[in-house]
Design a protein around this ligand. Structure first.
Ligand SMILES: O=C(O)CCC(=O)C(=O)O
Ligand SMILES: [Fe+2]
Length: 198
């Protein structure tokens, strides 16, 4: 069994497993997913204007599951083998069954994800988010929503790493992937989730 200590020590639990997938596996998964995922450019509405999200996205899972975030509604596409392989590996570690995955593709340093919590109602009371990173290392940050005196937590998510957020984390903490001015290659992140039936 692999043991990991929580990155936050209050109001939730965030576990990191740096080399969860071997280098060979990670390289193969990165190529496979880059080529086989049906990537989309989504837009959000801001001040009445449609703004492209600073990343490409895709939503896979059990058929006909709806998921919405930031006013965008997505319907799931059916699982494909590399996703099922990743899902099986993380389920073995976490002892939890996931039924969907949101995939983000950060094409370069200007792609990012703003501060948020994964607290949409369809994720249930204490969402469990299982996050796998492939490709370029990007910095993941956590900040407490109410205890502003707590320091931000910073962790580099490397090729083949696995991060698990659970307990009350989404109630009390926000997370982000910030932009970077340095030249970076592509990164794919997969967040496996459990969408509850309505
Ligand atoms: O890219 C990441 O590591 C974070 C993705 C994320 O926070 C999300 O999909 O909700
Ligand atoms: Fe998130």
């Amino acid at each position: 069994m692999i043991i990991s200590k929580s990155l936050i020590n209050i109001d939730g639990e965030v576990l990191i497993y740096p080399n969860f997938f071997s280098l060979e596996e990670s390289d193969k998964l990165l190529i496979d997913l880059t080529n086989r995922i049906n990537w989309q450019q989504d837009h959000i509405k801001m001040y009445g204007k449609l703004i492209p999200l600073p990343r490409l996205t895709a939503w896979y899972g059990e058929p006909n599951k709806y998921y919405s975030y930031s006013g965008i509604s997505m319907i799931s596409q059916s699982w494909i083998p590399p996703l099922l392989y990743i899902k099986k590996r993380i389920e073995e570690l976490s002892n939890i069954e996931f039924n969907s995955v949101l995939i983000n593709r950060y094409r370069h340093g200007q792609d990012s994800m703003a501060w948020h919590s994964d607290d949409e109602p369809e994720l249930g009371k204490n969402p469990i988010i299982a996050s796998v990173s492939l490709g370029e290392t990007r910095r993941f940050m956590l900040r407490h929503k109410y205890k502003k005196e707590l320091e931000k937590v910073k962790i580099d998510l490397t090729h083949g790493s696995f991060l698990l957020m659970k307990g009350t984390t989404q109630h009390y903490w926000q997370h982000q992937i910030s932009k970077t001015k340095t030249i970076v290659k592509e990164r794919i992140n997969l967040t496996f989730r459990i969408i509850q039936n309505k």
